[in-house]
Design a protein. Structure first.
Length: 315
């Protein structure tokens, strides 16, 4: 139980963060793909209290995704091969977005495509979105597209082309990048140069599980993407390296974050805001809990503004 003094002190912490042109009242968000397309998590928390809700990646068209099984628990996380299932941008705007806006949430839309033209079409379908849609997260790093052989984020030129093709909508673009490349800093620089206001680091780590009895891959898609606590050090390293190389590029950190201390770690590495993903499957109210605990962590550590944590690692 926290005392009244602790609660009052924590309430005075400035939790606002700035990500490029987007000012959010708080730094925590849901991670794409872990909170559905709409308001389903509103039964568990006040979505308007979060920095933003990031919805599962959408393409211009409806997409069926990969065959089951699509998820498998691992010793320190999970492997997924959902395969980008989604209703398409137009259907989402009609059937899901209104209810999400009703909750008072700020919304970040994640988009994907198989080609530069696909991304452009998805962006076009987002023209004239309600003002509650504050940014577009351009997912360049899904590990489950064409069996993981087709990651735009492994190529600086392809990354830049997608960002240029999506810039027409005039919404702030965040480029979601991949940890599965040794060219991460180069790709992040290309994204920034091409107009991304921020990068989201990291997507899942390429992985695979084989059933030793049947000798077949356990997931219907073959390989998959590893998430959860196992990948937090990978995220910390990626965020750190990009922040050191490109200190003016805001970073939204994501990867194995389940507690306030985890969020502090990602921010010290260089993140301006933090997304919670796999932890939502363990406890659907994780994001709100982490945000509340982070506020108290700041108070108890004499940090008046959460944004002061960004890049605060000492060498
Ligand atoms: O849908 C997926 O399989 C998926 C996506 Br779009 C992504 O960005 N990351 C991931 O681990 N899975």
């Amino acid at each position: 139980m926290r005392s009244r003094t602790q609660r009052a002190g924590a309430a005075a912490v400035d939790m606002s963060v700035q990500i490029g042109s987007v000012c959010l009242p708080a730094p925590l968000m849901t991670a794409a793909g872990t909170a559905g397309y709409g308001s389903e998590l509103s039964a568990f928390m006040d979505l308007s209290a979060l920095g933003a809700v990031v919805v599962k990646s959408l393409s211009a068209d409806e997409w069926a995704g990969n065959p089951a099984p699509r998820v498998h628990e691992t010793p320190a996380g999970m492997l997924n091969s959902v395969g980008l299932q989604g209703p398409g941008v137009a259907a989402w705007r009609e059937h899901e977005l209104p209810e999400l806006i009703e909750t008072g949430a700020r919304v970040v839309v994640s988009i994907w495509g198989r080609s530069v033209q696909d991304y452009a079409r998805a962006a076009e379908a987002l023209q004239d979105c309600p003002k509650q849609v504050v940014a577009v997260e351009v997912n360049l790093s899904c590990p489950n597209l064409d069996g993981g052989t087709h990651l735009f984020a492994h190529d600086p030129v392809a990354t830049a082309q997608v960002l240029q093709a999506t810039s027409q909508i005039g919404l702030p673009l965040w480029a979601k990048l991949s940890p599965n490349t040794d060219r991460l800093v180069e790709v992040a620089a290309a994204a920034q140069e091409a107009g991304a206001e921020a990068v989201t680091l990291i997507n899942t780590v390429l992985g695979m599980i084989i059933d030793t009895e049947s000798r077949r891959p356990l997931l219907g898609g073959g390989g998959g993407g590893l998430s959860g606590p196992a990948i937090r050090p990978v995220a910390v390293r990626a965020i750190h390296d990009v922040h050191v190389a490109l200190p003016d590029l805001p970073i939204v950190g994501v990867g194995g974050c389940a507690t306030a201390v985890d969020a502090v770690e990602l921010m010290l590495a260089g993140a301006s805001a933090v997304q919670i993903g796999t932890a939502n499957f363990v406890q659907p109210s994780s994001v709100e809990q982490v945000q509340d605990d982070l506020r108290h962590w700041c108070f108890s550590h004499g940090v008046p503004r959460v944004s002061e944590l960004t890049g605060g690692v000492k060498h």
